[in-house]
Design a protein around this ligand. Structure first.
Ligand code: ZN
Ligand code: MN
Length: 477
């Protein structure tokens, strides 16, 4: 049978606003439990919500970046269900009238480009959080209740776990470039729920949709989707029925497990929230937001290859965060050497940052400091090897490249006056290499160059040393 996987994805991303969706409470992560709530977000009867303009702007911005249309008029809806972490007993969300809809994104996986439809990007509020203790006590924490949440729903256009993974990586990059969400899955700021079923393109036969919850990383999503496709394929082969249900992903067991049978939208009794006025974003406002869209990662990647003639791999790494791309462009502006700037950034700068678990945005050395070091190499004042030794010390001490080079006498030993005696010693100490070289064995020169480099502690310019040896041992004419 020709069953193929059909996967859709819902992503919930917390928005980086200072205050909550419908009240003025702070959204800061990691504060004392229940210290950031008020009568509105704790569901006290008689309070009235007021929508956060910044959150609306962020959803519009995201929608535009994903090629969506922005509704001329739309409303909030109540999604009714009872759960202790949701004090109002309903979540304010959007149902029939999402703020933005009808977008599209391209993802590359396994050498293929897939077009993934974006069904909608809408706005809602987050719930609180329940903690179940081993002694049977349950605690409820409301700091998260009412934090603005954006829901990004795709069409069921993914055909593989690899495409899902590529999409999530790309989406998270975009959200971070836009500055609308931290995308930090480990803090719960981005949460994903895939639905998976199988369809036989020829017969139209299909399995029921299964939704997977409890995914805390992109890797987790990837593994859960892969597992679920295999589980359903096996069920079909064995002549079993795949039931419509919600399953959870068990990281430890590496499998999905039944959580509950799926509720349908009717169970939520959605209706327009009578406490909130409809939203009608003016076209001027939408265009003003569009004008603030930054160059997105894919476009920047393409430009880096075109404008700086970088290999695709370099462009990919350097544009993976906005901060890295900006650091790189500053470094190029200062040095005029894109490939060297890329090498420095992807090599020494990244390894020093990684060793300290720092991101490029926390780099203690500004691009100008790295540019100065690159300049010393370009001017022939220090060798590339010395530069690589100096760099970690700049990072450590915050001193400039020139200071370290001057203080430690690391400048190139270059003049013929300086190199002459060292060269003579090397020649005297390596008679065999000298004879071999004179006899035409080009490789024998390496031993002599090596001896000079060693005597100068790597501070001689190898090209100059090579030239001087040639001149001395093989005089022209
Ligand atoms: Zn509040
Ligand atoms: Mn939702």
């Amino acid at each position: 049978m020709g069953f193929r996987a059909k996967i859709g994805l819902e992503v919930h991303a917390q928005l980086l606003t200072d205050s909550k969706m419908f009240c003025g409470c702070s959204t800061r992560f990691g504060e004392t439990a229940n210290s950031q709530c008020c009568p509105v977000c704790s569901g006290t009867p008689g309070t009235l919500p007021v929508a956060n303009r910044k959150a609306i702007e962020y959803v519009i911005k995201t929608g535009l970046a994903l090629g969506c249309q922005v509704a001329e008029r739309c409303r909030f809806a109540r999604k009714n269900y009872f759960y202790p972490d949701m004090p109002k007993n309903y979540q304010i969300s959007q149902y029939e009238e999402p703020l933005t809809f009808g977008g599209q994104i391209e993802v590359e996986a396994e050498d293929e480009t897939a077009r993934i439809g974006i069904r909608r990007v809408h706005l809602e509020e987050d719930t609180g959080k329940n903690f179940h203790l081993p002694d049977g006590t349950s605690l409820v924490e409301y700091n998260r209740a009412g934090v603005p949440l954006m829901e990004i729903v795709t069409e069921p256009d993914f055909a593989s776990a690899e495409q899902v993974r590529a999409y999530l990586t790309k989406l998270r990059e975009i959200l971070r470039y836009l500055g609308v969400s931290s995308g930090n899955m480990e803090e719960g700021a981005m949460r994903c729920e895939p639905t998976v079923n199988l369809v036989d393109a020829e017969t139209g036969a299909r399995t029921e949709k299964v939704e997977i919850k409890n995914l805390a990383s992109i890797r987790g999503v990837y593994e859960a989707v892969r597992y679920e496709i295999r589980r359903q394929l096996k069920a079909v082969e064995d002549g079993e029925t795949v039931r419509q249900e919600t399953r959870r992903w068990s990281e430890e067991k590496g499998e999905t497990q039944v959580m509950r049978t799926k509720e349908s939208a009717e169970d939520y009794m959605y209706f327009p929230d009578p406490d909130l006025v409809p939203m009608a974003p003016s076209r001027e406002w939408v265009e003003a937001i569009r004008a603030t869209l930054p160059e997105l990662p894919a476009a920047r990647r393409e430009r880096f290859v075109r404008e700086y003639e970088l290999p695709a791999y370099d462009a990919e790494v350097l544009t993976s965060t906005k901060a890295a791309a900006e650091y790189f462009e500053e470094l190029v502006a200062l040095t005029g050497d894109a490939k060297q700037a890329s090498n420095w950034l992807m090599g020494p700068v990244t390894s020093e940052l990684n060793a300290r678990s720092l991101g490029i945005e926390d780099c203690p050395l500004p691009p100008a400091a790295v540019a100065e070091l690159m300049g010393l190499v370009a001017e022939g004042r220090i060798t590339g090897k010395i530069a690589r030794d100096v760099f970690p010390r700049m990072f450590e001490s915050g001193k400039s490249a020139a200071e370290i080079v001057a203080a430690e006498g690391l400048a190139v030993v270059g003049g013929e006056d300086e190199l002459g005696p060292i060269l003579e010693e090397a020649i005297a100490a390596n008679p065999k290499a000298v004879d071999d070289y004179r006899a035409g064995k080009e490789k024998a020169k390496g031993a002599l160059v090596g001896a000079v480099m060693k005597a100068t502690k790597g501070q001689a310019d190898p090209a100059t040393v090579n030239r001087l040896i040639e001149e001395r041992l093989r005089p022209q004419g």
